[in-house]
Design a protein around this ligand. Structure first.
Ligand code: ZN
Length: 151
């Protein structure tokens, strides 16, 4: 410690730098940790908001039946029903609405893609039967042409 000046300066300087650096490091780590917590909280909030939006806003009200692009019928999702849709050329698809979801139970199309499709219930979701040019689409009552507009 009592060495010549050239020795003393680097020692002190080094000691100070190390201490200073450690303190900065601790503060930085705390700051980074706070930033991470904040980011995680924001992400969770965003995820919760998206989930809420998905569950609340996009749940459909109707299963709309389109044959060759033309709407032929729509069925309320809150009423369980089963209807046979007959398309040009004798195509049949059995549309089932159950527990607020719509799905094609059976069909006589060659590929049966429609019958294999999972149940749909959210606005914009579709089940397509290409061989029958049939589309079943979920719509909200706020969509243009919603039947409850007639009241
Ligand atoms: Zn099909």
């Amino acid at each position: 410690m009592r060495g010549a000046l050239p020795h003393a300066l680097p020692e002190n300087g080094g000691f100070l730098r190390v201490r200073f650096g450690e303190e900065m490091g601790t503060n930085d780590r705390k700051k980074i940790r706070n930033d991470v917590i904040l980011a995680v909280v924001l992400l969770l909030l965003a995820a919760a908001a998206m989930l809420f939006w998905q569950l609340q806003k996009t749940e459909g009200d109707f299963a709309v039946v389109l044959i060759d692009g033309v709407e032929t019928a729509r069925y309320a999702l809150d009423t369980d029903t089963e209807v046979e849709i007959i398309t040009d050329g004798g195509g049949t698809n059995t549309l089932v609405i159950r527990d607020g979801e719509a799905f094609v139970e059976t069909a006589n199309c060659p590929d049966l893609v429609c019958a294999g499709h999972r149940a749909i219930s959210r606005v914009g979701e579709t089940i397509v039967c290409l061989p029958h040019k049939l589309v079943i689409k979920i719509a909200a009552s706020t969509d243009a042409g919603g039947v409850d507009m007639a009241a």
